[in-house]
Design a protein around this ligand. Structure first.
Ligand SMILES: Nc1ncnc2c1ncn2[C@@H]1O[C@H](COP(=O)(O)OP(=O)(O)OP(=O)(O)O)[C@@H](O)[C@H]1O
Ligand SMILES: [Mg+2]
Length: 246
C-alpha cells in the first residue's frame, strides 16, 4: 500500500511558541487517520501543514509521493488540487448560494463548462443530503447543513485526500453520525484517504483505522483504537474512555 501523507521530524513554531516538535507519522492511502489531542496542541496546524496553507520550519512532509516542504505555491498547486479541506468553521462564502460555494473550486481550477459544473454540483449536493439546497444561502442554513455544504465543497474536485477539522463540532449526535457515515462512504467508494481531527470519541472510534495523539508538541501515541486503549500513557487511556461528543 502506498502512503498518502508522511511527516518526517516536522517542527513548527509561531514566534517563540513551539507547536510541533519533531513529529513523524505515516498515513496509508485509502485509510482514515484520526488526530486527537487537547485544545491548542496543533491539530489544526497539522492539517494546514498537509494542505500547504502553513509551511513547516524543519522536517519533510510528503503528500501522495511529492515532497511539499520546499515547494512554492505554484509548484504546490497540483498537489493541493488532490486535497479537499473541510475547515473547523465550514468556511462558506455567505454572499453566494450553496451551489455556487460548491462550484467555486471547479470554476477556479477547471475549464469545465457551466452546465457541466451545475450537473457535478447537483450530484455532490445530492450525495451529502442537500439535493434541494442549490439556491439556498448559507446564512439560512443550520449548523449541520453548513457542515454538509462545506463537505460538498471539499469534495468538488474529487480529492484523493480529504482533510476534515472537527466534523461533529456543534452538531447533535444523530447529525454527527450521519456526517461520519458520509465520510466512511467517501473512503470506501472513492478509496480516499481521510485525515480527521475530532474531540468526539464516539465519532473517532467509528472513523479511525489509525489514531494519533498530539500532546505538548509531540505525537505521544499512535495506533489502532485497541492499541490506543492500551497505551502506556494515562492521558491517552483517559481520552479514549471519554464518552463525550461535540
Ligand atoms: N497562524 C497562526 N499564527 C500564530 N499562532 C498560531 C497560528 N495558528 C495556530 N497558532 C497557535 O498554534 C497552537 C496550536 O493551534 P491549533 O489551532 O493547531 O490547535 P488545535 O489542536 O487545533 O486546537 P483546538 O482543538 O482548540 O482546535 C495554538 O497555540 C495557536 O494559538
Ligand atoms: Mg483546531
Amino acid at each position: 500500500m502506498s502512503d498518502a501523507v508522511v511527516f518526517e521530524s516536522v517542527s513548527k513554531s509561531f514566534g517563540p511558541r513551539s507547536v510541533l516538535k519533531d513529529v513523524s507519522f505515516t498515513v496509508a492511502a485509502g485509510t482514515a487517520f484520526v488526530l486527537l489531542g487537547r485544545s491548542g496542541t496543533g491539530k489544526s496546524v497539522t492539517l494546514k501543514l498537509i494542505d500547504g496553507l502553513l509551511k513547516a520550519d524543519s522536517g519533510e512532509i510528503t503528500v501522495d509521493g511529492t515532497k511539499i516542504t520546499a515547494l512554492n505555491s505554484a509548484a504546490l498547486a497540483p498537489t493541493r488540487k488532490k486535497m479537499g479541506f473541510l475547515f473547523q468553521s465550514a468556511a462558506l462564502f455567505d454572499s453566494i448560494s450553496v451551489g455556487e460555494n460548491v462550484a467555486f473550486p471547479l470554476r477556479r481550477n477547471t475549464q469545465k463548462k457551466d452546465s457541466e459544473i451545475r450537473d457535478i454540483v447537483k450530484g455532490i449536493l445530492e450525495k451529502v443530503g442537500l439535493g434541494k439546497e442549490f439556491d439556498s444561502m448559507p446564512s439560512e442554513m443550520s449548523g449541520g447543513m453548513r457542515k454538509r455544504a462545506g463537505l460538498a465543497r471539499a469534495l468538488a474536485m474529487e480529492p484523493s485526500i480529504l482533510l476534515v477539522d472537527e466534523p461533529s463540532a456543534g452538531l447533535d449526535p444523530i447529525t454527527s453520525t450521519e456526517i461520519d457515515e458520509l465520510l466512511i462512504a467517501i473512503k470506501t467508494d472513492h478509496h480516499a484517504t481521510l485525515i480527521i481531527v475530532t474531540h468526539n470519541m464516539p465519532s473517532a472510534r467509528r472513523l479511525a483505522d489509525q489514531m494519533g495523539f498530539l500532546d505538548d508538541g509531540k505525537l505521544l501515541a499512535h495506533g489502532t483504537v485497541q492499541e490506543m486503549e492500551q497505551s502506556e500513557h494515562q492521558l491517552v487511556r483517559d481520552f479514549m474512555k471519554s464518552k463525550q461528543g461535540g
